[in-house]
Design a protein around this ligand. Sequence first.
Ligand code: X2X
Length: 343
Amino acid sequence: MKLRTFLASTVAAAAALAFATPALAQNYKSEYRMSLVLGTAFPWGKGGEIWAAKVKEKTQGRINIKLYPGVSLIQGDQTREFSALRQGVIDMAVGSTINWSPQVKQLNLFSLPFLLPDYAAVDAVTQGEVGKSLFATLEKAGVVPLAWGENGYREISNSKHAIKTPADLKGLKIRVVGSPLFLDTFTALGANPTQMSWADAQPAMASGAVDGQENPISVYQAAKLHTVAQKHITMWGYMNDPLVFVVNKDIWNSWTPADREAVRQAAIEAGKEQIAIARKGMVEADKPLLKEIAANGVTITQLTPAERDAFVKATRPVHEKWKNQIGADLVQAAEKAVAARKP
Ligand code: X2X
């Protein structure tokens, strides 16, 4: 009798397994597609690579991720990434708040000129209540946000001359990302902004079709922008561009709760590591990354507080215009978090 019960339960367990395994295989894709603008030569792409490796390890290979840098799943059109993610053309991404801001207006927060004076301010906003509120917004917009990363402080470079005052920007043709707030900022500064994708930006600099651009120093160096005539950099720290680690909602729901947790933990760990990589060379007292760049014959202009203030004043109308579009409460909460930050 006992043996028969044992046999029966063994058979039942085996049957359950036999059903469970194919069901898992059916729900899980053999490969998930992760979208990135910048590849593994950049801190951004390294973050994606670290995330994918951690996911593979934590899920014992059940979730296998392939990287698609250059936003190649959407032919390089980076401002379409969020829509593609929501529609399932992309399974997951490490994406920039700038590129997603045409679809998620609250993400324009980070593009408000001179909102975040230093890294402590960035952390106070992303890692605090404002960051949580933005994740809730992203969730409502149809994706599952898991962790913050960072592209970095965007500094301006150009081929013509050192920029010390807003007047130095007058008439300069500056490539900006395809997000309307940037047109307002550079127009307010007297420049001539032109929108294009990152893929188009580099040939445009090489040919002289544009005079300048703005991107983090780590991007400038990894992309070797000194070789496309970008000989002058001004350290004005006018905005920081956080990254977000996200998964498409249907993909997320297709995973077991344990695997979701593994993917979340992997994103949180990868985000922390990625932020450290993005800041490397800029947080040390002697800023070794700037020394490396200067050694290539690039002029690096540091602004005095008074000089920087002239740029803050010139872009204040942009802040006023965009505050309500982003949400005055959200902007205020961010300003509060910045004011209360610990160094
Ligand atoms: O296009 C850019 O400038 C880049 C690479 O920084 C972003 O994707 C926001």
